[in-house]
Design a protein around this ligand. Structure first.
Ligand code: SAH
Length: 347
């Protein structure tokens, strides 16, 4: 089966899928994400959302949509930080796009006390139209990715096969993919033999563009590359370390980098305006994370102040351990909104 089909089964099979039965997040789980590292992440995104809501003319009914909300921490922090924004919380209906029954339960417990109506959906297409702000952190990396390998006779889809001994192995489909190279970005057509090219075939980018082009905005944060390129980025993570993606299917988180150039192009063809991508570090610097950290530290005991400092470093640092550079932010919005907070000086 194609790598994308394998990834979809591993993550979302109704019985054995990785996301279906468990809460994978946090120290006791498999991986940790920015909202779980620090409350500052959700708080500053909350202020971004409220500012964009005002730019939209402060509509009385706003669909606040989160894709893959995990434990609900981002929205929890975002809505606490925006309590003081007049009229904002009363305008909200929360729409959570979440496939995992286990995580839906955690989200409900976490967000219900806020008092805003909450609706859950399997897919973004199921959320009704109207003025919307969409946020997603580490959601798109979990959507299935296709891979193709370049050979002398063209590009062949990369597949997962079963050997005679019942082991899973990577292989390539016998026949090349028709018209494949002609549909690739021009700069990539010179790639050497053996190169691997990845793409997502779902409609999420189109849907983000379609939903936001009239009266909305989306803020997408994830790890990936600003420009389309070659390379195999499929990875499996369990218990906070990398593992073999073909081992023990359904027990590890499988992800692949987000190709922000492809995402932007698709959303733009639907008539939305693209802001960024910029590095996570640059977005949060412009949103005032350093001031927020200083304010939190000022009232905190020494140990807590050190924790805040470490969390800040983790969110902002470059290199393999930090999330400041590998993670990027892109906004997709109605062109009439003009520049968006944090993206003002971005190309
Ligand atoms: N945004 C959260 C969680 C990231 S983990 C955070 O930053 O902490 C990925 C999230 O997306 C989980 O909530 C997972 O259950 C959800 N998810 C993964 N694939 C999905 C799919 N195909 N449809 C809907 N939700 C999905």
């Amino acid at each position: 089966m194609p790598v994308a089909a394998y990834m979809r089964l591993c993550l979302t099979h109704p019985r054995y899928g990785y996301y279906i039965n468990r809460d994978p997040l946090g120290a006791g789980g498999d991986f940790i994400t920015s909202p779980e590292i620090s409350q500052m992440f959700g708080e500053l995104i909350g202020l971004w959302i409220a500012a964009v809501w005002r730019q939209m003319g402060a509509p009385e009914n706003l669909r606040l949509i989160e894709l893959g909300p995990g434990r609900g921490t981002l929205l929890h922090d975002a809505l606490r930080a925006t309590k003081v924004v007049g009229g904002f919380r009363d305008a909200l209906v929360l729409h959570l796009v979440e496939i995992s029954p286990a995580l839906r339960e955690i989200q409900e417990r976490r967000l219900e006390p806020i008092g805003a109506p909450i609706l859950w959906h399997d897919k973004l297409e199921d959320v009704p139209g109207g003025p919307s702000i969409i946020v997603a952190n580490e959601f798109i990396d979990a959507l299935p990715v296709h891979q193709a390998v370049k050979a002398a006779d063209g590009w062949h889809e990369r597949v997962v096969a079963v050997t005679a001994e019942d082991n899973l192995v990577f292989d390539t489909a016998r026949d090349p993919l028709p018209f494949f190279e002609a549909s690739m970005p021009r700069a990539l057509r010179q790639a050497p033999l053996g190169s691997i090219y990845e793409w997502r075939a779902d409609n999420i980018a189109l849907e983000l563009g379609r939903r936001t082009r009239e009266e909305g905005a989306a803020l997408i944060i994830d790890y990936g590359h600003a420009h389309s390129g070659m390379g195999d980025t499929l990875q499996a993570v369990a218990r906070h370390s990398f593992t073999d993606p073909l081992r023990a299917p359904g027990t590890a988180d499988l992800t692949a980098h987000v190709d922000f150039e492809a995402l932007a192009q698709c959303a733009e063809t639907m008539g939305a305006r693209i802001h960024g991508p910029i590095r996570q570090r640059d977005l949060f610097l412009r949103l005032g994370i350093e001031q927020r950290a200083a304010a939190l530290k000022a009232g905190a005991p020494q140990e807590r102040a050190a924790e805040i400092e470490m969390a800040l470093a983790r969110l902002m640092a470059g290199g393999a351990l930090g999330m400041g550079e590998l993670f990027k932010a892109i906004a997709i919005a109605a062109p009439k909104l003009g520049p968006l907070p944090g993206f003002e000086t971005a190309p």
